[in-house]
Write a protein that binds this ligand. Structure first.
Ligand SMILES: N[C@@H](CCC(=O)N[C@@H](CS)C(=O)NCC(=O)O)C(=O)O
Length: 214
């Protein structure tokens, strides 16, 4: 099946989907949507994804938005390696970790939110403080939730959807110079995951427009 991913190299929700596609060994084409030029708001893109967000994937005649929906669809379509444990309670735990990033941390720091803070007169220092505050608070919760059951990765010794969400969030946190020392479990899982080629190949530096043009 032909897969076309509409994404932006630095978008952490897009980064999640690139990791997931690579883990499944899926071949896909990328169509970059430049968020800094507001292409996600343009008529052409909104005709494909009315919400005006990346990522979005086209698979045959189907379009799927929302990174966790895409990841779930990939998991149902290409079963190995599974992104969630088979046990129902363990699955719920992994999903809770993933949702902590995707629903509680990331949306507060989305581009449109930061732009709106700016429109309300909040300066760069204020926006940075907003960003760091919510990331620190969110990661503290994630650390406490994950630590008792973490192994090499965020849950046990196998990569799950939780790691797929964690790595892009920490990438983002580092860009905004959030101090991460208080989160040893998260740092351990991040270090283990980022050595794996499916994660490394999804990194923004590897897919940046400059990387593509050599
Ligand atoms: N819940 C969505 C969030 C998608 C999202 O927020 N994408 C960001 C980039 S990481 C975006 O397109 N932002 C555009 C904007 O804020 O205008 C998902 O997981 O796919």
């Amino acid at each position: 099946m032909e897969l076309t991913l509409f994404d932006y190299y630095r978008s952490s929700a897009s980064y999640r989907v690139r990791i997931a596609l690579n883990l499944k060994g899926a071949k896909y084409d990328r169509v970059p949507v430049n968020l800094l030029e507001s292409e996600q708001q343009g008529e052409a893109y909104r005709a494909r994804n009315p919400q005006g967000f990346v990522p979005m994937i086209e698979a045959g005649g189907t379009r799927i938005a929302q990174s966790l929906a895409i990841i779930d669809w990939l998991d149902a379509t290409l079963p190995a390696p599974a992104f969630y444990p088979a046990d129902a309670e363990e699955r719920a735990h992994v999903l809770a970790l993933a949702l902590t990033v995707a629903c509680d941390i990331h949306p507060l720091n989305n581009l449109r939110v930061l732009k709106h803070l700016s429109a309300m007169g909040i300066d760069q220092a204020g926006r940075d403080e907003w960003y760091r505050h919510w990331v620190r608070e969110g990661l503290a919760g994630l650390e406490a939730m994950a630590a008792p059951r973490a192994g090499r990765f965020l849950f046990g010794d196998t990569v799950t959807a939780a790691d797929i969400c964690l790595v892009p969030q920490l990438y983002n946190a580092r860009r905004f110079e959030v101090v991460l020392d208080a989160f040893p479990t998260l740092l351990r899982a991040d270090a283990a995951a980022t050595t794996l080629e499916p994660f490394a190949a999804a990194h923004p530096d590897r897919v940046a427009p400059e990387a593509a043009s050599g």
